[in-house]
Design a protein around this ligand. Structure first.
Ligand code: NAG
Ligand code: NAG
Ligand code: NAG
Ligand code: NAG
Length: 697
């Protein structure tokens, strides 16, 4: 496969690398495989399913473990499992793979339970299992290492898994306590060695046309039946079922009557390069159903190419394929050889695989049990649609070199420029997190973080309003969604192109606009989000603007200078030469310079500079924070109060940002003025205390 280098350069972009971050982590000795996560905003909790244990952690701080329950396998199950040749230490254990909230009082949990899957209820109150385990076949996988996905909608569990010990019988099932299991037909035209990655429900919503049903979408990679290939050719798929499906009366009894599947395309058509393995999907649900976008991470079956891609699909394009697409059909050519070709015959009505809608109800078809045999027989034989689902703009949103993405979550945010951005978080098999932002149809990676210290694969990724949670084989990690605080200059802050970050001109910090503190501040200060405005922030102090400080001979002078960034170093200059900490100077690290016993030769200019290394610019970035002209208060009087410190006060006059402090609503013009104002002069004197730095635990 030939890929043009030039094109790769177009897609991949540079970003800053953070080697180490102090993030909140949770793990318990002897417990592994923290791969099932469930967030509960109401209970302020993160539920974690691990090997033989379930935890309730604090959502705000995952290091706080509120509750724990253990669920080991029974001795009988263990013995049966080992007799069948499975390993006692690895396979014949109980890996928790389903954690779903049923109602306000309990969770539904399932585990592999020594290759004999079981499910039970877990009560929130005393955090204990009901103790009456149910058969988990079809709801949870037997094999902990086999692909698996599940979603719960209205108390009903939908799973994509395997139905047998060998893992050779794939199934998409629906389980509810009041109905018998509804499932897929066991046939390679329905599912052919699938690797399930994701499932979710898309609600029809208030204004759903035609009284249509809600739909459950399943995403997986399977072995293609429709292409001639010398080996196994993988194809990424989306399958869909209707929530209200009851199965057929005679044909497709207790089977889906609404199961249809289509091919997901993620490729670079101009290079004839195809990403044919889907690893994870995230459905970004808009307030209106039509704004819903499906994001997926893909690699190529030929892993040695080392490329990962993110493709996005409009829900409308997906729905159109399912409601209007052509069916495929198996045809026998040259006796024994079968081939899948487009079905060109007459399609029975109602349309095979369609959900029950108002039009069908008018024909007295009120549920799937009323569907005619002809329709059912057709869908049984033609579950595959020919029309592919193409990504937005018919190309990947992002292509990244030398990574294998394993997980994806997406958040839609409105930045200060009032533009809505899709922020894409992708996790890799090496514990790295990429944060990318979609700006005018171009995606930029704005941040790369080593989320998991030892570089283990990210097995699960969840997003809440403030944090990101990652599950791995060794623990759970919580990370903020933005690290604005680490951009220490205005230019870095803006050039990071992170829609969460904006520069606070008077406090001289890069702030997260979604922090509660920033929300309040935004009423008073116009945050900077355009990089050219940053330029006005540098070198706006000229020597004639320096604060005049007059002290008595022999007394001490204190020259305040506040540095807001912990990444910056302070440098003091006097008459253009750098000051070192000589006897009579005392550098007060974060507050300023103290000069003892001022002598005539100490008179002159004093400047406080912050020096920061900017990885983005690849050079040191110096910024003048404060300037003073020191003179002696003449004529000298005898120093009758030796050692007394005369503090120079910088009165609140002439501050350009008093308006801001008084809470006036600023106009654009005023904002620019405040941006042009000497930053630290006012910061030290007039403004309210600076923002708290983003917490890093
Ligand atoms: C469980 O975690 C262990 C320890 O990291 C790992 O070796 C193993 O592959 C994991 N098993 C599964 C099924 O994820
Ligand atoms: C990605 O995964 C493939 C298959 O597991 C592996 O061969 C390759 O080395 C991985 N690439 C990177 C950059 O980790
Ligand atoms: C700064 O320069 C002035 C004039 O040249 C000189 O009198 C003064 O001693 C210098 N001050 C310092 C601190 O070097
Ligand atoms: C940048 O500034 C730091 C601190 O003042 C200094 O140690 C470093 O040598 C400087 N680097 C360059 C390339 O100027």
């Amino acid at each position: 496969v030939h890929i043009s280098k030039q094109l790769l350069l177009l897609y991949t972009c540079s970003f800053q690398h953070i080697s180490y971050l102090d993030l909140m982590e949770f793990s318990e000795p002897g417990i592994f495989n923290y791969s099932t996560l469930l967030l509960s905003e109401e209970r302020d909790a993160l539920y974690v399913g691990a090997r033989e244990a379930i935890f309730e952690l604090s959502k705000k701080n995952v290091t706080v473990r509120n509750k724990k329950v253990q669920w080991p396998v029974t001795e009988i199950s263990m013995n049966m499992c080992t007799l069948k040749g499975k390993s006692k230490e690895r396979e014949c254990l109980n890996y928790i793979r389903v954690l779903q909230a049923v109602d306000d009082t309990r969770l539904y949990v399932c585990g592999t339970h020594a290759f004999q899957p079981q499910c039970d209820y877990l009560y929130f109150g005393n955090f204990s299992l009901h103790g009456k385990p149910e058969d988990g076949r079809g709801k949870c996988s037997f094999d902990p290492s086999q692909s698996f996905t599940t979603v719960m909608a209205d108390g009903v569990l939908y799973s994509g898994t395997a139905y047998n010990f060998l893992g050779s019988e794939p199934i998409i099932s629906r389980y509810s306590p009041t109905q018998s299991l509804l499932r897929t037909e066991y046939s390679t035209s329905w599912l052919n060695e699938p690797s399930f990655v994701f499932a979710d429900v898309i609600r029809e919503g208030e204004n759903g046309a035609d009284g249509e049903d809600d739909k459950i979408y399943f995403f997986f990679t399977e072995v293609s039946v429709e292409y001639e290939f010398f080996g196994k050719l993988f194809i990424p798929r989306v399958a869909r079922v209707c929530k209200g499906d009851l199965g057929g009366q005679r044909t497709l009894q207790k089977k889906w009557t609404s199961f249809l599947k289509a091919k997901l395309v993620c490729s670079m058509p101009e290079l004839n390069f195809v990403f044919n393995v889907v690893h994870d999907v995230f459905i970004l649900k808009g307030t209106d159903r039509k704004d819903t976008v499906i994001y997926g991470v893909f690699t190529s079956q030929w892993g040695n190419v080392g490329l990962s891609a993110v493709c996005a699909y409009e829900i409308k394009d997906v729905e159109d394929v399912f409601s209007k697409g052509k069916y495929m059909q198996k045809a026998t050519v040259e006796q024994s050889h079968t081939k899948w070709v487009r079905y060109n015959g007459i399609t029975p009505t109602p349309r095979p695989g369609a959900c029950i809608n108002n039009q069908m109800r008018l024909q007295n078809i009120n549920n799937s049990l009323h569907l005619p045999d002809k329709t059912l027989q057709f869908v049984k034989d033609h579950p595959l649609l020919e029309d592919p689902i193409l990504p937005i703009h018919n190309r990947p949103r992002l292509i990244t070199k030398d990574v294998n993405y394993t997980q994806i979550v997406v958040e839609r945010v409105q930045a200060l420029d009032k533009i809505t951005y899709d922020v894409i978080f992708t996790g890799t098999d090496k514990g790295v997190l990429h944060k990318s932002v979609l700006v005018e149809d171009e995606v930029h990676i704005v941040e790369e973080i080593q989320l998991l210290k030892n570089g283990e694969p990210i097995k699960n990724l969840l997003l809440s309003s403030e944090s990101l949670y990652a599950g791995s084989d060794v623990g759970v990690v919580q990370s903020p969604t933005a690290f604005c605080g680490r951009y220490s200059s205005c230019v870095d802050c803006i050039l990071a192109r992170d829609p969460y970050c904006a520069w606070h001109p008077t406090n001289a910090t890069c702030v997260n606009i979604f922090d509660t503190a920033s929300q309040t501040l935004r009423q008073y200060v116009k945050l900077i989000i355009v990089s050219f405005v940053c330029l006005f922030l540098v070198s706006v102090l000229s020597q004639k603007d320096y604060k005049h400080v007059a002290v008595k001979l022999g007394s001490s002078a204190e020259l305040p200078c506040l540095v807001h960034s912990n990444l910056a170093q302070v440098m003091w200059k006097s008459n253009d030469s750098v000051l070192t900490e000589a006897s009579r100077f005392h550098l007060i690290a974060e507050n300023g310079l103290l000069i003892y016993s001022v002598a005539p030769e100490d008179q002159g200019y004093y400047e406080c500079w912050s020096v920061e290394w900017s990885p983005a610019a690849g050079k040191n970035f110096s910024r003048l924070l404060a300037g003073y002209t020191l003179t002696l208060d003449l004529p000298p009087r005898p120093p009758h109060q030796a050692g007394h410190v005369v503090t120079t006060t910088l009165g609140g006059h002439e501050a350009a940002t008093t308006g801001a402090a008084e809470g006036k609503v600023e106009t654009e013009r005023a904002a620019l003025t405040s941006a042009l104002a000497p930053p630290s002069f006012t910061a030290a004197t007039v403004l309210p205390p600076p923002l708290p730095k983003p917490t890093r635990h």
